[in-house]
Design a protein around this ligand. Structure first.
Ligand code: FMN
Length: 216
C-alpha cells in the first residue's frame, strides 16, 4: 500500500504512539494466552520493509513455537544469563537503582524464556565481520537491528510485547543447535513474544533530549 508523503495528524499520532510506547516487555509477557501466528506473520511483513546495507536483505527470521525447541532455546538463555550474572559486579553510582531494576526484570525473563508462547530469532546470512569496529561491523549489525525494532513496534501495535535480547548469544553454538541454524547464518537477537498483560504501555524515563543532541 502506498501512502501520502505527509501523514495525516492522526496517522502521525499513531506512529509516534507506537514508537514511544514500545517497551522491553518481560514481566508483563502473558505466558498463558496463545498467540495467533497470523499476528506474528503480519508484524514480520512490516519488519521485512526494514533497510539493509547495499539492499542485500541478509535478514532471516526463525519463529519458534514448538514446545521442545522453545524449551531448549529458553534453557540455553537461562544458563547464559546465569553465567553473565555471576561475572558482573553490582551496579554503583547514580544510575544504580535503574540498572538494578532492569536486572531484576531481565532475571525474571531468564526464568520464563522457556515458557513464552513464541520466540523469534533474528538471524543474518551476511558474512560475519572480520575486523573489530568500523564500516564492516556497522553494516553487519545495522542491517538487522532496524528490522528487529520494526518487528517490535509492529508487534506492539497488535497488542504483543517483546524484548530484544542478546545475552543468549553467549551460547550461540547451543542456540544454533537448538534451532538447527543453517551453516553460515548468525543469530543476532532472540525475542520472546507474547500478549501483554495489563491495560497500557507508556513512554520510559529517558535523559533530556538536549543532553544527548548536538546541533551544528
Ligand atoms: C542491544 C540490546 C541488547 C539487549 N539485550 C537484552 C538481554 O539480553 N536481555 C534482556 O532482558 N534485555 C535486553 N535488552 C533490553 C534492554 O534492557 C531494554 O531495551 C532497556 O532496558 C530499555 O527498555 P525500555 O525501552 O522498556 O525502557 C537489550 C536491548 C538492546 C538494545
Amino acid at each position: 500500500m502506498r501512502a501520502a508523503i505527509t501523514l495525516t495528524p492522526a496517522e502521525q499520532g499513531a506512529v509516534d504512539t507506537a514508537l514511544t510506547t514500545t517497551r522491553a516487555v518481560r514481566k508483563r509477557l502473558d505466558l498463558e494466552r496463545p498467540v495467533d501466528p497470523a499476528l506474528v506473520e503480519a508484524a514480520l511483513q512490516v519488519a521485512h520493509q526494514g533497510p539493509s546495507g547495499g539492499g542485500e536483505e541478509p535478514v532471516r527470521w526463525i519463529v519458534v513455537t514448538d514446545p521442545q525447541v522453545r524449551r531448549r532455546v529458553g534453557e540455553s538463555y537461562r544458563e547464559a544469563y546465569a553465567q553473565l550474572d555471576q561475572e558482573r559486579e553490582a551496579p554503583t553510582g547514580p544510575g544504580a537503582a535503574g540498572i538494578t531494576k532492569i536486572r531484576g526484570s531481565s532475571a525474571y525473563l531468564a526464568t520464563v524464556m522457556t515458557s513464552v508462547p513464541v520466540q523469534v530469532l533474528a538471524c543474518t546470512v551476511a558474512p560475519a565481520p572480520t575486523t573489530g569496529l568500523g564500516a564492516e561491523t556497522a553494516k553487519f549489525y545495522a542491517s538487522i537491528y532496524p528490522a528487529v525494532w520494526s518487528l517490535q513496534v509492529a508487534l506492539r501495535a497488535r497488542g504483543l510485547g517483546s524484548c530484544l535480547t542478546t545475552i543468549g548469544l553467549r551460547r550461540s553454538a547451543e542456540l544454533a543447535a537448538a534451532v538447527n541454524l543453517p551453516p553460515g547464518w548468525t543469530c543476532c537477537a532472540l525475542l520472546p513474544v507474547a500478549h501483554v498483560t495489563g491495560d497500557d504501555l507508556g513512554p520510559a524515563p529517558r535523559r533530556p533530549l538536549n543532553e544527548v543532541t548536538t546541533w551544528i
